[in-house]
Ligand binder design. Structure first.
Ligand code: SAM
Length: 295
């Protein structure tokens, strides 16, 4: 098999299998060996690890992961890519190709099945992928929420739009900081692995990309009485970014302005502050007080 990351190989496979890129499935295939290796190495895949890959495409990253891991399960939605993957990955006996929508797949089940079928304990479980950009955030949030702070897997190392990576990694006070930063950081610590220019994809996307690693926290960084109220407070706060907290939070959990004013005073947060300046802990303190007050 010729190098999978070569544009010539991609063209040849396209012709042979009469395959057409689907824009609506976010198909931008990697054509640069360095970037493929950056994702695989950034994921810190060990020889005893199980890897779950989201969207293998023609298998360029799958092959790199298969060289490093004990086993790889690659979940691809596009049935037209399955015969291509069977061809490109035929040399790797440790790869299982699953034709499914990751949004309808319980990753915990995949992991449990892989463990029971192989009859072995893997030393780690790493999720990787060059994510389809039309659905990056829903995929990440689904996998994180499903797992909670459980020990289902260790990390998620993915390529995504640079702007989304910056939002995920943002600190309070920065422009990129928002509901996504807080939601992801509640479950993970974030490492930026690499910036990736649009020239290394076929076809080229409109935006630049980045590789990030999300390291799963084994326990919650803040104690929440009701995670639902925590996310409701965040949503309300950032829903009206320009308003002061006192105004943007009025109505959250069915609470009136006077209640919110009291809560903000109790937790030591000035009512004229704006959501983008609040830390995870401050949001948690406010949410826990909202839960207590509404009951
Ligand atoms: N990993 C390949 C690479 O780097 O060249 C392909 C990456 S491409 C950006 C995204 C891949 O995800 C495509 O193969 C696409 O068909 C697949 N995909 C899109 N939506 C998906 C979904 N909901 N579940 C599983 N795979 C999906």
């Amino acid at each position: 098999m010729e190098k999978l990351y070569s544009p010539a190989t991609i063209r040849k496979l396209k012709e042979k299998h009469d395959f057409r890129f689907s824009k609506s499935l976010g198909q931008n295939f990697l054509t640069d060996e360095n970037i493929v290796n950056k994702i695989a190495e950034g994921a810190e895949i060990g020889s005893e690890d199980l890897v779950i890959e989201i969207g293998p495409g023609m298998g360029v990253l799958t092959a790199a992961a298969a060289e490093m891991a004990a086993a790889v399960i690659a979940v691809e939605i596009d049935s037209h890519l399955i015969p291509i993957l069977r061809e490109t990955l035929s040399a790797y006996k440790n790869v299982t190709i699953v034709n499914a929508d990751i949004m309808k797949t319980d990753v915990r089940d995949l992991i449990a099945k892989a463990k029971s079928q192989s009859g072995r304990a893997f030393s780690g479980v790493k999720i990787i992928g060059n994510l389809p950009y039309y659905i990056t955030t829903p995929i990440l949030m689904k996998i994180l929420e499903e797992n909670g702070h459980g020990d289902g897997f260790d990390s998620i190392t993915v390529m995504l739009q640079k702007e989304v990576a910056e939002r995920i990694n943002a600190e309070p006070g920065s422009k990129a900081y928002g509901a996504l930063s807080l939601a992801v950081q509640y479950y993970c610590t974030v490492d930026m692995v690499a910036s990736v220019p649009k020239e290394v994809f076929m076809p080229r996307p409109k935006v630049d990309s980045a590789v990030i690693r999300l390291n799963l926290r084994k326990s919650a960084p803040v104690k929440l009485t009701s995670p639902g109220d925590f996310f409701a407070v965040i949503k309300a706060g950032f829903g009206q970014r320009r308003k002061t907290l006192l105004n943007s939070l009025t109505g959250v959990c069915g609470l009136e302005k006077a209640d919110i004013a009291e809560i903000l005073e109790q937790v030591g947060v000035a009512p004229q502050r704006r959501a983008e300046t609040l830390s995870l802990r401050e949001f948690a303190d406010i949410a826990n007080q909202c839960t207590a007050k509404k009951e």
